[in-house]
Design a protein. Structure first.
Lengths: 249, 203, 472
């Protein structure tokens, strides 16, 4: 099995350690993984703005880059959902390359849970943490059961984090409310976005958590921006960083 | 706008709907095995009625009904009581003798017959044909409904099946007293209709 | 009389409300409470998800075959003695209602909640014609007395505090100055509206469901106001959008089970009234079927499912944007997620900002009792607006630039590097200012020296042939 590592553009530029942690984790689990050069972005910013003409060449380029891999793994539910659920309009119905990429792209926790089916990890994280359920992982990829839905589903992010020794996960009051990042939403609606983010930070703080863990770094970038501006006593970490035993700052 | 133009709107709306053909998927048939049923529908009905703000009384006789009502000051002090079930609660006000429903404005109590009750939501089906004016349900300050113990259904699917094809006129599910939460989500009973609802389930 | 608020872009319209650190959290908490009640009720129905699927299938079927079902409904309703009218648009709807009122020389109307009449602007139209319209739903009466419009389709006065209701009632109903107890204020409204009910000459109601098979109407209320309004006067006018139709009487079970649970977290509304024909031979029932853009919406494969909406308001209660920005920020009759599809489909230019007033979190899609894929429609509506040329130029250009950058990895790497270096070397004030919208409330990420791609090139020797070269 040859895995292509799909690194979101903002992770590449601003949070390289998230990608390094993902790579290291997969290597430790004996996955043959490569980072295909030339990748940039899945096209979500344009697609979410409605600029489909500007998205199309980016999407096609993405599929070309990743088509030769058996599987594609990405440390972001949102970017994975873009490829799996929002690419179809840019490809012909019978495009075999696209179908292959769509059907074989996995969010990291999903890959660990569904494909590798790992049941142990030699890692310790002796902290009290809370989980931020990123919306697209939750409601597009169905990595867990959303609070609105009455259909039971396994919480894959949680299952994977449960393998970490000495990690205490504390619940928030609103278990899966949006943080208000929303890509371009964060700048189109700065006031609402910031209000939503502040409410999430307050909820995590009230749970006595030391660190917010999420499978999506974009939400954390937004929350971290608010935390640092308002000097709140809480950190953020991507789930991959926890899974390879990075220390809490 | 003339009536003729209006006729045009009917035609143009229907033409547009009928000319744009959209694939029609079949209507689903409901799998009744997938629907909730209760081991003790009466207990569930009581639980739900309490949730919606109604008071349940399980009784054997009209004597018992009268004694329960007699304990309520608002019943003892009531001047005008219209009863659709005189064999259980004798009224003192003949609503059938009234022509204009506005003349029922001063009514204190209405006693109704419920055809059946629904366990899942505490609702009771009242047939408008069982009373001379349908406003009796809404205009009285207090409401009591008498329903047979053998008529507690599980869910709304059973309820609509029980009604069958509705007769011309009026029918209603009543679930608890009139209520509102329009001021800061504070629940207040007695918005425009009855202030309290007494339900008597008779053996 | 309420004057409609001018249409302005959502972020601007929302600003005052969302930055009010008292009102916005208070509003958010109130609606979250409703959403939580909904969750409890939904969880109490083991077949909840099955019901949602049934509702979706029934609606999909009905809207597809709407022409036939409308004819069936008209035939059956007419046979029961009702008068059925078709209105192409809001103006015709209002005219039909006015003509009925004129025929009865009526000037006193008691009205219960109907989003359709809000959509058509019936109240101001009738008031301009000298007719006194009293909204009898408590929330609607509150906003009517204040000269406002409802901010939520189910909870019209959810944005108003009890002290403000107290002031309004003090002024209009003579309640005690400073009184704000909801029970006291509700009692005062009961007394005030009893008088209006008894004086009303015609009752106007909305319609929750119309049944093709029987020609009947269903109206759901908690207060009993629609029922009083339709049971005291001799004339009942029911106004409805043509999408309210359902095929069979039995189908009501599915929708009644979903509606109140989704809307307010009640197992069912206090009153679920079924009207089949006029009250008696001396009474009249008029049913006005309104198109107003619905036949056009039906023809759009992308947005047709928006017609499945049963107006429960659950998408508003769950929407994190709505809860914080308030319903009036949408400047539309139907606000929130579903309104952000319906309004721009009616008036794309006016409501072009609404599909963007959404973080695409998808909560609305999962809460919707009839499974409208709301957040996917909101996304699709953005594409629709862009194709109509309605995206502001600077946004269009910035997306073109981004697309160009993402197609040229070397350029992307260089741009990223320059960006990160600037962020590192420039003083804080040069990168965090009011022209950088991100940085108004948030810090920018702390830029690392190395991007991942730089790290990978150095730390992993086994590099692939450059995909970028293959592609160029």
């Amino acid at each position: 099995m040859n895995v292509g590592l799909f690194v979101p553009c903002y992770v590449d530029q601003f949070y390289p350690d998230v990608a390094i942690a993902t790579l290291e984790l997969l290597e430790r689990l004996n996955v043959s993984v490569e980072y295909p050069d030339g990748q940039t972005c899945c096209g979500q910013p344009m697609a979410n703005t409605g600029c489909n003409e500007d998205t199309a060449p980016v999407a096609r380029r993405f599929v070309e880059i990743f088509a030769d891999y058996d599987m594609i793994v990405c440390p972001s539910g949102s970017c994975t959902a873009m490829v799996k659920h929002h690419y179809a309009g840019y490809f012909a119905d019978n495009d075999a390359k696209f179908a292959h990429v769509r059907d074989n792209t996995y969010e990291l926790c999903e890959f660990l849970h569904d494909v590798l089916k790992i049941d142990s990890l030699d890692v310790r994280f002796p902290h009290r943490a809370s989980i931020h359920q990123a919306c697209h992982g939750l409601r597009e990829l169905r990595l867990g059961a959303s609070s609105e839905s009455m259909q039971p589903r396994e919480d894959k992010v949680r299952r994977i984090l449960d393998l970490v020794r000495d990690l205490e996960i504390v619940p928030t009051t609103r278990i899966d409310e949006c943080c208000g990042f929303g890509g371009t939403f964060a700048v189109n609606e700065p006031d609402v976005s910031a209000a939503m983010g502040r409410d999430r930070v307050a909820d995590h703080l009230a749970s006595s958590s030391e660190v917010i863990i999420s499978a999506d770094m974009s939400c954390l970038m937004h929350l971290q921006g608010l935390i640092r501006r308002e000097k709140r006593p809480i950190e953020v970490m991507h789930v991959a960083q926890v899974l390879v035993g990075r220390k809490l700052k | 706008m003339s009536a003729a133009q209006r006729g045009n709107s009917r035609q143009s709306i229907l033409d547009r709907l009928l000319s744009k053909d959209i694939t029609v998927p079949p209507l689903p048939q409901i799998d009744h095995d997938a629907l909730v049923r209760f081991d003790d529908p009466l207990a569930k009905f009581g639980e739900m009625l309490a949730l919606v703000g109604g008071d349940l009384h399980i009784v054997d006789s009209s004597v018992q009904v009268m004694s329960i009502l007699g304990e309520l000051a608002v019943f003892r002090d009531a001047a005008r009581i219209a009863s659709m079930v005189p064999e259980v609660v004798p009224g003192n006000f003949d609503a059938a003798a009234i022509d204009d429903p506005h003349d029922l404005a001063a009514l204190d109590w209405t006693i109704l017959r419920g055809e059946f009750a629904v366990a899942e939501n505490g609702a009771i089906w009242v047939d408008g044909n069982s009373m001379p004016h349908r406003v009796l349900i809404f205009i009285a300050q207090y409401l009591a409904i008498v329903v047979s113990r053998n008529e507690i259904l599980n869910n709304m699917h059973e309820a609509y099946a029980r009604v069958g094809h509705p007769k011309p006129g009026f029918g209603i599910f009543v679930s608890g007293p009139s209520k509102t939460a329009d001021i800061e989500q504070s629940l207040v009973l007695g918005a425009h209709g009855c202030r309290k609802l007494q339900v008597f389930v008779m053996a | 009389m309420s004057t409609p608020l001018p249409i302005i872009d959502h972020p601007i319209a929302a600003k005052n409300f969302v930055t009010n650190d008292q009102r916005s959290p208070w509003h958010d908490t109130a609606l979250w409470f409703v959403r939580s009640k909904r969750d409890k009720q939904a969880a109490s129905v083991p077949e909840w998800e099955y019901l949602r699927s049934l509702a979706s299938q029934i609606k999909t079927h009905t809207i597809a075959d709407l022409g036939r079902y409308l004819q069936e409904f008209e035939r059956n309703a007419t046979a029961l003695g009702a008068n059925v009218y078709y209105a192409a648009d809001a103006a015709e709807h209002n005219q039909i209602v006015l003509e009925i009122l004129r025929r009865h020389s009526t000037t006193r109307i008691i009205k219960s909640k109907s989003m359709l009449t809000e959509e058509c602007g019936l109240n101001p139209f009738l008031e301009a014609a000298g007719i006194d319209v009293v909204d009898t739903d408590l929330g609607e009466r509150i906003v009517q007395l204040r000269g406002e419009s409802p901010s939520h389709i189910v909870l019209p006065a959810i944005h108003i505090k009890k002290e403000e209701v107290g002031e309004t009632f003090h002024r209009h109903l003579g309640t005690q100055a400073g009184a704000s107890d909801p029970a006291y204020l509700t009692e005062a409204a009961r007394g005030h509206l009893r008088g209006k009910f008894l004086a009303g000459e015609v009752g106007i109601t909305g319609v929750n469901f119309a049944i093709a098979e029987t020609g009947g109407l269903v109206v759901c209320t908690n207060e009993g106001n629609a029922d009083l309004g339709a049971s005291l006067p001799r004339v009942h006018i029911a106004c409805m959008g043509i999408e309210k139709l359902i095929p069979r009487f039995q189908d009501l079970a599915v929708f009644i089970r979903l509606l109140a649970r989704s809307a307010t977290g009640q197992p069912i509304t206090s009153y679920t009234s079924h009207f089949h024909g006029p009250r008696d031979s001396a009474s009249e029932l008029h049913i006005v079927l309104v198109d107003n853009g619905r036949t056009r919406l039906r023809e759009s494969p992308e947005f047709r499912a928006a017609m499945h909406c049963i107006r429960c308001g659950a998408c508003m209660n769950t929407c994190p944007v709505f809860r914080r920005s308030g319903g009036h920020s949408y400047r539309a009759t139907v606000p929130g997620p579903i309104g952000s599809i319906l309004s721009p489909s009616q008036n794309p230019k006016g409501h072009k900002s609404l599909p963007y007033a959404c973080s695409l979190c998808g909560s609305c899609t999962d809460v919707c009792p009839v499974r409208i894929p709301l957040h996917h429609q909101l996304l699709a509506m953005r594409g629709d607006l862009v194709s109509k040329g309605l995206l502001p130029l600077e946004k269009r250009l910035s997306m073109k630039a981004a697309s160009f950058l993402f197609r040229h990895p070397t350029l992307f790497a260089i741009a990223g590097r320059i960006g990160r270096i600037s962020l590192r070397v420039l003083p804080h004030w040069a990168t965090h200012h009011r022209f950088n919208t991100w940085s108004i409330a948030r810090e920018l990420p702390q830029p690392p020296r190395q991007s991942f791609r730089q790290w990978y090139a150095i730390n992993r020797s086994k590099m692939l042939p450059k995909a970028s070269e293959k592609l160029s």
